[in-house]
Design a protein around this ligand. Structure first.
Ligand code: ARG
Length: 575
């Protein structure tokens, strides 16, 4: 039963002759009263005063009389200039629970995205560079957005736009040939070995600047696909991707494409020609640029004076390739706000090229992350590896679980889900644009607004359902025989509202690219569930009561699990 729709349809015909308002306009006017005692929906009648030529209180009572009895509503009240609607609590409980139970893991899904492709670019790591903590936000934010868009029926294409082009690969070739040890790199700590080579190159080049020339020559040989250098370059990529796969596995993240910067190398000449032919680019001190002074931006450099392409050129080619290949409805770039200007510039260049789809490219930017506990910062060097942080989270969680639940089986498995979840959830608990300081204590607090708290609540709901199954058998919930009027107490009603809010929250999260809205929705469901759990005996002596409360428990359980999945967390059934 769609209460809002029933209400709007009735209202539309009640106000129509006088005001000519549409359902959509009425829907925009509709408010949710601050406290449930004032109803579930309220229509402020002030805006109708002019067209209906009456004072708002008179309009409210006239509309109430015209509406009469409304299916799904127990009461309609005129109060001052407001018309307040009270949904029938049993009918509401029934609607919310039936939806959750029938949709299951698809709770809150929709088909709004049917037939539409959305590219989601995230993580976009750099080859032969540390996969550091600073990459966590793009990685988990992008993964969550992908899941959210999938849930809403879009077809998503997840892209890891590898940073795999540039003169640094010439340096890597030189360093490897001089000091590298294949064995150690492949069988040891691959990333640190590669990074160490890069660091060594710079140390040595300080003393012997001719190394820089060697590196430039080596990169040129990569550009020419000379077999030896090309093979090494590919090998650096393989080693890096194999290494980072461990982190992606831990996070449950996959990509449909790893086409990075190098992939676009052979697509550059066409772009450069197109820019010249369309009269968009020009020569400036030996460089090819697009002048953006009309838009208050510095020029977008296309070719350096030595004729080599840069980051922006490759992004222009990549955007066009994605449009041609995936015919996207939207193309998202989950990249830190430090690159705001870069995105504004190359989106503008696409627009100047005449691509109307430039407006469908979205830079989903986010703030910086730092660690409160800096003692954690690596043994050597200054990069904090994401893998180390994830492992530390698992270890710390294991310690907590050993104390909290000494008898739990698979403690390691649970610690993995909860430790990683704690980290992911904390990153996705605030608006993305804010800078964020990560704190172990806050993220691992089982009683705070955290991943572990949500997972713990989910496990609690599972445990209630398990006990019920032991007592009453595994029977499917028999909706027809549930007395929903049992669920009218304030705690149950609040829980129902929190569960009911999730589907709309998921849509909002997609629209604003803000998964934290879902994280907060999940916490709301959890705290309502815990209150419901403490206020009520779920397994009551009266089967009508326990059936209803169990059905609500199951609905809550489904909503929590679905919400957690959408922000990238696993939900253990026991904790
Ligand atoms: N690899 C880059 C970095 O780590 C991010 C790439 C962002 N994506 C893009 N299409 N420019 O900073």
């Amino acid at each position: 039963m769609d209460f809002k729709d029933i209400l709007l349809t009735a209202l539309e015909s009640a106000v129509s002759e006088a005001s000519g308002l549409t359902k959509q306009q009425l829907s925009d006017m509709l408010e949710t009263p601050p406290n449930p005692e004032m109803g579930d929906f309220a229509l402020p009648c002030f805006k109708l005063a002019r067209s209906m030529r009456k004072a708002p209180p008179a309009i409210a009572s006239e509309l109430r009389d015209r509406l009469g009895d409304l299916e799904g509503f127990s009461r309609i009240e005129a109060a001052g200039g407001y018309l307040n609607f009270f949904t029938d609590k049993s009918a509401y409980a029934r609607t919310v629970i039936v939806r959750a139970l029938t949709e299951g893991d698809a709770y809150g899904s929709s088909d709004e995205g049917r037939g539409k492709n959305v590219c989601v670019e995230y993580s976009s790591i750099n080859i032969a560079k540390p996969f550091g903590i600073h990459h966590i936000t793009t990685t988990v934010l992008g993964n969550s957005l992908k899941r959210i868009y999938d849930h809403l029926g879009y077809h998503t294409i997840s892209i890891n736009h590898l940073g795999d082009w540039g003169t640094q690969f010439g340096k890597m070739v030189v360093a490897y040939n001089k000091w590298g040890d294949r064995e150690r790199i492949e069988n040891g700590d691959s990333m640190r070995e590669l990074v160490a080579l890069y660091v060594k190159f710079h140390e040595e080049a300080e003393k012997d600047p001719s190394l820089e020339d060697e590196a430039r020559a080596a990169f040129h040989r990569i550009e020419m696909h000379e077999p030896e250098e090309w093979a090494l370059f590919q090998w650096f990529k393989d080693v890096t991707l194999k290494d980072v796969a461990r982190v992606y596995d831990m996070l449950g993240i996959t990509f449909d494409s790893y086409n990075g910067e190098s992939f676009y190398e052979d697509k550059m000449p066409a772009i450069i020609k197109e820019l010249a032919d369309k009269g968009i680019s020009k020569l400036d001190k030996g460089m090819t640029i697009v002048d953006l002074s009309d838009y208050d931006m510095p020029p977008c450099i296309i070719l350096k004076s030595d004729g080599s392409t840069i980051y922006a050129t490759r992004d222009i080619a990549a955007a066009k390739y994605r449009k041609e290949t995936y015919d996207f409805y939207k193309s998202l770039y989950v990249v830190a706000y430090q690159q705001n200007l870069h995105f504004r510039q190359f989106f503008k260049v696409l627009e100047l090229m005449g691509y109307e789809w430039a407006k469908d490219c979205v830079h989903v930017n986010f703030g910086m992350i730092s660690m409160e506990d800096m003692t954690f910062s690596t043994r050597k060097g200054n990069a904090i590896y994401l893998e180390d942080v994830l492992n530390a989270a698992i270890e710390k969680t294991l310690e907590i679980i050993k104390v909290k639940s000494p008898n739990l089986e698979n403690k390691e498995e649970v610690a993995r889900k909860v430790g990683i979840g704690a980290l992911v959830f904390s990153v996705l608990y605030n608006g993305r644009i804010k800078d964020y300081t990560f704190s172990w204590d806050k993220s691992l607090n089982f009683d705070g607004e955290t991943g572990p708290y949500a997972q713990y609540t989910y496990a609690r709901s599972c445990s209630v359902l398990r006990k019920a199954a032991e007592l009453y058998g595994e029977a499917e919930t028999d909706i027809e025989n549930i007395d929903f009027s049992v669920l009218c107490d304030p705690a149950s009603a609040a829980l129902l509202r929190a569960i009911d809010a999730l589907p709309e929250t998921i849509k909002q999260a997609a629209e604003k690219y803000e998964p934290y809205l879902i994280s907060r929705g999940v916490i709301e469901i959890c705290s309502c569930f815990n209150k419901f759990y403490y206020d009520n005996r779920i397994m009551d002596d009266d089967p009508a009561v326990s059936n209803a409360r169990l059905a609500l428990t199951k609905a809550a359980s489904i909503a929590i699990r679905t919400g957690l999945f959408l922000v990238g967390l696993e939900a253990p059934e026991k904790m």
